[in-house]
Write a new protein. Structure first.
Length: 220
């Protein structure tokens, strides 16, 4: 494995699709890890679809699912419960640095003549997610201070706590076409987004995680 230790600096463009998932959807489709079962507390969840043009491990594509907030040892935290990335380096280092359960898939990002963007994610040659998204309106600043996603992940009997930060220029967006293979990714076609935002360009910092065994003190 090629090791790229935290912190990471990432730049690129992508979409933040914000939801308020109901508990029944999260229970049935959210891929919630065992240590957070029964602890869902609502709040904003998200699907992020990202084309990283640069990172410490090189460029890669990413599709991830965050169900919302969970009660965990007195804190309300998010978790990435399903995630695909396009490179093995991102997979290996995601697990090693932050306990993020990355899996590898193939990504295609294509700008259409209409101005829309077509994105496809495929696993072993079969599509598992497909989006066509358009943008509209003026740009505005986007910052994780307004909508933070403090993360808890669990791997090899260790808890990883990470607060990533990011900023960029956003525009409102609309999902015009959507296909999800519910066997491989939470079927968000069953839900209505609260907001869809394209962020281009953006920069994100993923710091070193706080790692603990069975303890959540001194987080972030």
């Amino acid at each position: 494995m090629n090791r790229y230790p935290a912190p990471w600096q990432l730049k690129g463009s992508g979409y933040i699709i914000i939801y308020r998932f109901n508990p029944s959807f999260v229970e049935r489709h959210g891929r919630v890890p065992d240590f957070l079962q029964g602890q869902f507390s609502g709040g904003f969840g998200s699907v992020m679809l990202v084309n990283y043009e640069s990172s410490n491990a090189g460029p890669y594509g990413e599709l991830l699912f965050i169900p919302g907030k969970f009660n965990h040892l007195g804190f309300k935290l998010n978790t990435i419960s399903k995630i695909y990335v396009s490179t093995l380096d991102s997979v290996d280092n995601g697990w090693n640095n932050w306990g993020i359960p990355k899996e590898q898939a193939a990504f295609s990002f294509e700008r259409q003549s209409s101005g829309h963007e077509h994105i496809q994610v495929a696993l072993n040659g079969s599509r598992i997610a497909e989006f066509e998204i358009s943008t509209h309106g003026p740009s505005f600043p986007v910052n994780t201070r307004l909508l933070p996603f403090p993360l808890v992940q669990h791997n090899n009997n260790k808890y990883y706590y990470t607060q990533f930060t990011g900023s960029g220029k956003g525009k409102l967006a609309r999902i015009r076409e959507l296909f999800i293979d519910g066997e491989h990714f939470p079927d968000i076609s069953l839900c209505k987004p609260w907001a869809v935002i394209k962020v281009e360009p953006f920069s994100i910092t993923f710091p070193a995680a706080t790692v603990a065994e069975g303890s959540a003190h001194q987080l972030f």
